[in-house]
Design a protein around this ligand. Sequence first.
Ligand code: GTP
Ligand code: MG
Length: 399
Amino acid sequence: MLDGIVKDVLSEKSASSSAEKVEAAEPAPGDFEEIIRNPLEKKPGFENPASELPPSFSGKREVEENSSIRISVIGVGGAGCNSVNRIKKNGIKSARTIAVNTDKLHLGVVEAHEKHLLGRVVTRGLGSGGDPSVAAKAADADKDSLRKLIGENEIVFVCAGMGGGTGTGASPAIAKIAKEQGATVIGVVTYPFGIERSRIHRARDGLKNLMREADTVIVIENDRLLSYAPNLPIDKAFAIADEIASRAVRGISDLVVFPSLMNVDYADVRAIMKDGGLAMISIGKGSGTGAGMVEEAVSSTRNNPLLQVSYEGAKGALIHVEGSAGLSLGDATQICCGISEDFHEDAEVKMGARVNDDLSGIAVTAVITGVSAPHLFEDVPKAAAPMEAAESEILASIL
Ligand SMILES: Nc1nc2c(ncn2[C@@H]2O[C@H](COP(=O)(O)OP(=O)(O)OP(=O)(O)O)[C@@H](O)[C@H]2O)c(=O)[nH]1
Ligand SMILES: [Mg+2]
């Protein structure tokens, strides 16, 4: 099945510029394979003049009015802003979106409730030149305006791609400010492809810094995406990573803000995400009914983690089960038990269940905290094997 999807993907027109990248369309709800297939359909560009953006958090119009839970999603750098763009275009109602970048051009083409050009005096809107220390200086110079921009929140998501300059260097400072102002801070970051070489070093340091400031950091390994679809063009792989980040954020955010069949409240999310450390996300699906559907949902969720980890010892999980009107609490509970069977005995596992009539089966989104992935922090071997042609092509399109 995957082969057919990859073929579909490769026959699509490829996007290479950042401006094109941000226009990748959002997929319909469904399983991981659908996420791979759907980001490829292009939508016309959008226009979002600054004058239409809400002036402040209190001025936000699209966020659910009854909610007393304030959630902000901050995209930092190119990848982070692309994720936020997707989250905003997917129509999030439970959170405010903020795009932050040192690159004025890219900021101009992304959609968000609010935008901030980072370190205007340091970088003059021209980007960080791939240097995290420049981005850290830019964040430091903008400390006061960032404090105002971020404001007080219950939950703040900080989205970024680790390995470049801006997201890697500025995310920790932004996470720190959000936390100082009272939020539970959840990082959602991608880890570069193995072939991005020097970026791996930067990513490793950036991830360590971010983990120091955020409560939980969800990592999506780009190499894992390619292991599901090895020949995927790079822009499609990024569109998929952005969609997965979008699902993680929207899943958690909607769970807290909107009532559902089985509710998860802010205290639940805080209990799991507070000091959650390294986390991973996995997406699964189930079709049919009864035991067969439960088994499929459990195995497809456990078998497609986007971070190479062992589940043993995992210390928490937030599992969101969505299904059509036939979804029973019994089935949802069994799915949850199956996914978490070998977690640490004191693991805190919370389940949310929601009826979604747009779905024909069951869709599962699981965020699992307290996992360990030592390979992310190991030194990258200096004498690497010669690059394959396909690898060089990927590298050329990233740099
Ligand atoms: N999810 C996602 N990841 C991306 C995208 N573009 C690049 N990446 C990954 O994110 C890493 C950082 O790239 P960017 O976000 O473009 O870098 P930046 O933070 O803007 O940093 P500078 O441009 O160097 O200031 C790259 O090494 C890639 O692994 C994207 O569109 N989506
Ligand atoms: Mg950039």
